[in-house]
Write a new protein. Structure first.
Length: 248
């Protein structure tokens, strides 16, 4: 069944209406019309199964429906990803959404190839947020992650964007530990599994030693991803997968 996104600010199951962009996709791309069955979700876990009652250009109206809720995730998992070159960030956004990431922080590290000014950063954020919406629509995920504007690693740590129960940085450095060991230590110290976690993933060539030190000083624990050096997009998907397996 086709799925459409209605932002939480506009969510009204008693009188649901699709946005102009979603209406265009409904009418002009999928060629749907009055009487067709669709699903709509709000990105915060609510979903309705309903029917198109008015195929109006720019504002498709849906029949009132009682919403159902997806189970709350067991933990909030966020990723701070050094922005890779090409379209790999799109892939990371897509897979992070499917894997249940709650937040995505794009980082412009010292070894990041692309450079973005203020206006470009907001355009990228909006583009990536739209990509996350598409991933939700395609995968059946009802929780939409928040995509933050790209910032430098220095700005990220200066802003104190590390308010999570568990902070991790994927690291190739000696002394990095496996996730199971880190989680066992957390359980011993706190008596429970973390309810929120952040994982930092570096660019090709990894973070610089100075950036690793900044992450550690901010409370991040170096985590190994195994003996094989992974591409940054593979590292992101792998890290989110094992965190989701252990925490969600």
């Amino acid at each position: 069944m086709p799925r459409f996104y209605i932002p939480a600010a506009d969510w009204n199951p008693e009188s649901p209406v699709l946005s102009e962009a979603e209406s265009h996709h409904c009418l002009n791309v999928l060629r749907l019309g009055e009487g067709d069955k669709v699903t709509a979700f709000d990105g915060r876990g609510a979903e309705i199964s309903t029917t198109i009652i008015a195929a109006e250009r720019g504002a498709v109206r849906l029949a009132p429906a009682r919403p159902s809720r997806s189970p709350e995730l067991g933990a909030q998992i966020a990723i701070a990803q050094a922005v890779p070159k090409g379209k790999n960030m799109d892939l990371i956004i897509e897979k992070a959404t499917e894997l249940g990431a709650s937040e995505i922080h794009p980082l412009l590290s010292e070894r990041t190839v692309i450079h973005l000014d203020g206006e470009q950063r907001e355009k990228k954020r909006a583009k990536w947020q739209a990509r996350a919406v598409e991933a939700c629509k395609q995968s059946g995920q009802n929780f939409l992650p928040t995509i933050h504007p790209p910032v430098t690693t220095e700005q990220f740590f200066a802003a104190g964007a590390t308010d999570y129960d568990l902070l991790l940085v994927a690291s190739l450095q000696p002394g990095a530990r496996h996730l199971k060991e880190i989680l066992a230590e957390h359980h011993t110290e706190h008596g429970s599994a973390p309810k929120s976690a952040l994982i930092l993933i570096g660019p090709e060539g990894d973070y610089t030693p100075a950036e690793i030190n900044a992450a550690v000083n901010a409370g991040c624990l170096p985590m190994t991803l195994g003996p094989i050096v992974l591409r940054t997009e593979t590292a992101a998907i792998y890290s989110l997968s094992i965190l989701a397996y252990e925490l969600l």
